[in-house]
Design a protein around this ligand. Structure first.
Ligand code: TXA
Ligand code: MG
Length: 350
């Protein structure tokens, strides 16, 4: 299969160009498209045969459910068994946006889309191309991140092509995404709402809107937790770069000194070493490859560049990577959740 990459200007969407993509979705095929978080791999969410194609293209385990992307609140009402009051409040505050809600599903949603679960994950993305694709196809669109299973989520159309070229008919290229890490997932099917995956929308933001406590799934916090995460996707061995990645945490100068010491040690063994630095520290490192993730105070930039940098390291042929730690105030939890997984929880504190 040849994969067509179609550039779309998000500011001025060409309806004719979108028509092919909309038709592919309506006919049960796959189209990768940009959202504000990461690129998604879309198919008609309410047709089991269409959903199945997503699992095949990604090499995704069939028990890992998909997120259904919608363009208006009534779409949620049409596939939920019941609509919790919390869903209305959260939708008013955060949709369209990087928040996925889990509710009980009705019979319209096939088990192929929900990985056999009786609940369904729903999100209204804040991206004009994504919203247009949903509307123009007349479908609700099931879409996981558009990477091969086990790779970092794609933040550019090029990443999607690298993973799925020849496996899907079309990629809509809307340029690099705005946020760069996947949506926050909140489960609304139990008494207390619970975060199953941290993201750009934080616990504090959710609690403020809901006026009640929000829990965080204990299964996603501890590295060696015996608890199973409730979101099936959080339990799979996550992306790890080809090179061994270790995080170094502590005061800035101590971190730089420690990383330089470790770099020297590895280099003396004949190894090629990479460092994930910030704009402020980039010049202080003497490694083979040094990438800056952004300014330390700019959390949005750090989230946005993380996956791209991890992909670039895989292409650069380094044997070991050392990274500074980014437990920043707002979305630091979401960033560190991804980075710690990539590092297999190897952290050195100095
Ligand atoms: O930002 C995002 O959410 C991106 C863009 C494309 O929208 N999508 C995304 O999808 O990250 P994916 O499939 O890579 O991650 C979905 C996560 C998985 O961990 C999955 O197990 C979980 O959501 N999930 C989906 N439905 C669920 C359900 N009914 N109950 C619990 N977890 C669910
Ligand atoms: Mg994913």
């Amino acid at each position: 299969m040849q994969t067509k990459v179609v550039k779309i200007d998000a500011e001025q969407i060409d309806t004719d160009k979108m028509e092919d993509a909309a038709r592919i979705i309506a006919d049960g095929g796959l189209v990768a498209f940009p959202t504000e978080t990461v690129y998604g791999l879309g198919a008609d969410a309410l047709h089991s045969e269409a959903s199945k194609k997503i699992y095949a293209a990604k090499g995704r385990p069939s028990d890992n459910p998909l997120i259904v992307h919608i363009s208006k609140f009534e779409d949620l009402e049409s596939i939920a068994k019941e609509v919790p009051e919390q869903a209305r409040k959260l939708s008013d505050a955060f949709w369209p946006g990087p928040l996925t809600m889990i509710v009980w599903k009705n019979e319209k949603v096939p088990y192929e889309t929900t990985g056999g679960m009786d609940t369904v994950a729903i999100r209204m993305p804040n991206h004009p191309i994504a919203l247009r694709l949903i509307e123009q196809s007349g479908c609700l669109i099931a879409a996981p991140s558009a990477n091969t299973s086990g790779k970092p989520s794609p933040t550019e159309a090029q990443h999607v092509k690298g993973d799925l070229d020849g496996k899907i008919p079309m990629i809509l290229d809307g340029g690099p995404v705005g946020i760069g890490i996947e949506s926050t997932i909140i489960d609304l099917t139990e008494d207390t709402p619970m975060i199953l995956r941290p993201g750009y929308i934080t616990k504090e933001m959710l609690e403020e809107v809901l006026g009640e406590e929000v829990k965080v799934d204990p299964g996603i916090i501890a590295s060696d937790s015996l608890k199973k995460p409730k979101a099936p996707g959080m339990k799979y061995k996550h992306y790890a770069p080809k090179a061994d990645l270790v995080l170094v945490d502590g005061a800035s100068e101590a971190v730089t000194a420690k990383i330089n010491e470790l770099v020297k040690e590895k280099q003396s063994q004949g190894l090629k070493v990479g460092v994930i630095a910030t704009d402020e520290t980039k010049a202080s490192y003497e490694a083979d490859v040094v990438f800056s993730i952004g300014a330390r105070a700019d959390e949005d930039a750090i989230a946005k560049h993380l996956y791209k940098i991890l992909r670039e390291f895989d292409d650069s042929g380094v044997d070991a990577i050392y990274s500074e730690s980014f437990a920043t105030p707002r979305i630091g939890q979401a960033i560190m959740n991804r980075l710690l997984k990539a590092a297999g929880h190897q952290v050195l504190t100095v």
